[in-house]
Design a protein. Structure first.
Length: 302
């Protein structure tokens, strides 16, 4: 088939190469955005997640103090929010103040329906009730299981013995994790521009060891008197493996350094005076089952 016949059979004619005044038409080639290998690889944006306590949607942002902040995923009219509860996001960083506009963000801690006491501002009581109703719907549909309602005695014991925010020792520094060790998620961005759902702790990768060590800070200050804490120790692993944990990447994305980071790593320098509520004096891999009077006996998990 000749090219003339092919051009005639097209459903839409090709665009003219020149304008009506005979000036040439310049067609710019479309290029997709990409991150240069030698550039900054962090893409600052809100990371969608669900609250561990109530199951409602939240967004993680990086605060000005380099700590993760949980915000309500929607903006609210600033007139309906007290000044002390107003937040705004600028360049991917969350700030605890309003930006002068008519809209603001709100920390999820003020609205979480699982808190014992209602929020101080009465203006937010209605939104808090709506989140509580949504939590009940998720529980009734089986899409969310609150951590305070374990399924059996062993699950209840595991919940007590499993720190929600464990202390991890890597590269000879103590860090406080944002979630249990087996749930620490990779921060790399996938090809579909979503956060990688793989965990850092995989069966194919070497694991750390739970140990009882003196309660010292990340900066190596003196330990608290007569205080020990359970630490997930990674210092015996190879340096490359510890660096993978520090950058918070799964084994697959650790081998592809060109992939950008969708969010910052969740590690927080551990301070025993500030984070004393997260100090556990018992190893989490030891389970205490109910005694003989309660239909069982003490046992250790293998």
């Amino acid at each position: 088939m000749s090219s003339a016949i092919f051009e005639h059979m097209r459903s839409t004619p090709p665009p003219s190469r020149r304008h009506w005044d005979a000036s040439p038409v310049t067609v710019h080639a479309r290029r997709s955005l990409h991150v240069a290998p030698d550039g900054v690889k962090l893409v600052r944006c809100g990371q969608s997640d669900r609250c561990r306590d109530c199951g409602n949607r939240i967004e993680w942002y990086h605060g000005v103090n380099q700590r993760p902040v949980r915000l309500h995923p929607h903006e609210l009219p600033a007139a309906d929010v007290p000044d002390s509860c107003r937040w705004h996001v600028s360049s991917g960083v969350a700030h605890a103040a309003g930006d002068g506009s008519g809209w603001c963000r709100l920390p999820h801690s003020v609205l979480c329906p699982t808190r014992d006491t209602p929020p101080a501002p009465p203006e937010l009581a209605g939104l808090r009730r709506r989140l509580a109703v949504n939590t009940r719907r998720l529980i009734d549909a089986g899409a969310f299981t609150p951590p305070s309602a374990p399924l059996d005695v062993e699950a209840a014991t595991l919940a007590v013995c499993r720190p929600a925010r464990p202390v991890v020792r890597l590269l000879y520094v103590h860090y406080l994790a944002s979630r249990p060790v087996d749930e620490i998620q990779c921060v790399a961005q996938t090809r579909l521009r979503h956060r990688c759902t793989s965990a850092l702790l995989t069966p194919a990768a070497p694991a750390g060891t739970w140990r009882l060590v003196p309660a010292t800070a990340a900066s190596g200050q003196l330990a608290l008197p007569a205080a020990v804490m359970a630490v997930y120790d990674l210092t015996r692993l190879p340096y490359a493996e510890q660096l993978r944990w520090r950058t918070q990447r799964c084994p697959q994305h650790a081998a592809t350094p060109s992939a950008p980071d969708l969010t910052v790593a969740d590690w927080e320098p551990f301070d025993p005076l500030v984070h004393h509520a997260h100090i556990h004096t018992r190893l989490p891999d030891r389970i205490r089952r109910p005694g003989p009077s309660q239909g069982g006996q003490k046992a250790d998990r293998p």
